[in-house]
Design a protein around this ligand. Structure first.
Ligand code: PMP
Length: 404
């Protein structure tokens, strides 16, 4: 059972006892892991280690059961209809590559198009570029100056040649929470395009119900939801997965192999070639336990409190230009400071033990859209407190005072 402390989640994370002075504001890049997740992974390795599938001995059977239990947990967590719809992958990046190279390559031909948005992470841009023949097949939905999807523009991009629409649920730079349900119902009414939602920044912050959303694919990474790196999930509708060719081939994904001909296993095994990330899957299960223990309602409450406070404080700094002021936002704040390079902001903040991210955040087209080479970014998770915000603002003001 993963220990959780809804009234003080910070106490669940040992990293803060090792770094008592740390103000960690980079959870969008990766979250810390609660002790319950680390303990579950260590206990598995110390007491139960074995590989999964085809094992005839007890430990292997147990390891297989544990991994399949996590598949069930994920199914419940995102309300998928069937456990076969849950595919273990390395992370959101691998999930999108899988869909692009499997479904995309088989269905996007000459004259067809793929629609994405201007706020996508490189992980939801580059894989699509790899499977099209000409650049005009990739259509990009504009965003407003506030950092919201331009829904009217989106409508003009969808036609009967649109084969895939791939949109982020929450922007890792702007914090914008996109109205994906509304987008999906429009797309469904006006085309037969398949819809992929990149949930990397949503999954630890809001309830996700893939049946209610009616998306075809939904993906996320374990390490952004209090779990380990090296594990993520691709959800895909079962009837679609059944028709999709494998992405990677080798062990574990076959039905029968001979030198003349190989047949493939049914999903999800068809898409899980090779030995899976067993201990990371166990860790992901413990991370889901953690989130469900704290509850998503409580996590949203914490997000809201941190958002309100940080937003007010940041907006009151005259030299600061906030990029992304959508009406519906997650606690992610990207900004530039007039006259100071973002990298200098990050370095100075680090001297005050405030860890923020600076750079293009794997969203170079978005940087270009706002006319900046880079931004500084503060992002929050359940272990952050109002003290963290106070210290971050103090460090930011000191930085500004130093340069200006
Ligand atoms: N999409 C978004 C919105 C992200 O923020 C990230 C990670 N920053 C990714 C995709 C890729 O995730 P990963 O690197 O874990 O595969």
């Amino acid at each position: 059972m993963t220990r959780f402390t809804p009234e003080n989640p910070r106490s669940d994370f040992s990293i803060f006892t090792h770094h008592a002075d740390l103000v960690y504001l980079d959870s969008t890049a990766t979250t810390h892991k609660p002790d319950g997740v680390l303990d579950a992974m260590a206990a598995f390795l110390k007491e139960k280690n074995a590989t999964v599938h085809r094992g005839i001995y007890g430990l292997s059977v147990e390891a297989t059961d544990r991994c399949e239990h996590v598949r069930q947990q994920v199914k419940g967590f995102i309300n998928a209809e069937k456990e076969e719809e849950i595919i273990f992958v390395k992370g959101a990046t691998e999930a999108i590559n899988l869909v692009a190279h499997s479904y995309g390559k088989a269905h996007v031909g000459k004259g067809d198009n793929i629609v994405i948005s201007h706020m996508e992470h490189h992980a939801n841009i580059v894989p699509w570029q790899q499977i099209i023949e000409s650049e005009d097949q990739l259509r990009v939905c504009q965003i407003t100056d506030e950092g919201e999807l331009d829904l009217e523009h989106l409508k003009t991009l969808i036609d009967n040649q649109t084969k895939i629409v791939a949109l982020t649920h929450v922007s890792n730079v702007l914090g914008t929470v996109n109205p994906i349900k509304e987008c999906i119902s429009y797309i469904r009414e006006h085309s037969s395009a398949k819809i992929l939602i990149d949930g990397a920044q949503a999954i630890a912050h809001m309830p996700v119900d893939v049946q209610d959303l009616d998306c075809d694919f939904y993906c996320f990474s374990g390490h952004k939801m209090y779990g380990p790196t090296g594990i993520g999930i691709l959800y895909g509708k079962h009837d679609l997965l059944l028709k999709m060719p494998p992405y990677q081939t080798g062990g574990d994904m076959i039905e029968f192999v001979s030198f003349e001909k190989t047949t493939f296993a049914k999903p999800p095994a068809r898409f899980e070639a090779g030995t899976p990330a067993i201990v990371e899957i166990i860790g992901l299960g413990a991370a889901i336990d953690y989130i469900q223990g704290i509850t998503l309602e409580r996590l949203q409450e914490i997000d809201m409190e941190l958002f309100e406070l940080a937003n007010t404080e940041l907006q009151s700094i005259p030299e600061l230009n906030l990029i992304g002021t959508a009406a519906h936002k997650s606690p992610v704040f990207s900004f530039t400071i007039k006259g100071i390079h973002s990298h200098d902001v990050g370095t100075c903040m680090d001297q005050e033990h405030v860890a923020i991210r600076v750079g293009h955040h794997c969203a170079q087209p978005l940087m270009k859209r706002f006319g900046v080479p880079a931004t500084a970014r503060m992002s929050f998770a359940c272990y952050n407190t109002s003290d963290d915000i106070e210290r971050a603002i103090k460090a930011l003001k000191k930085t500004i005072g130093f340069f200006i």
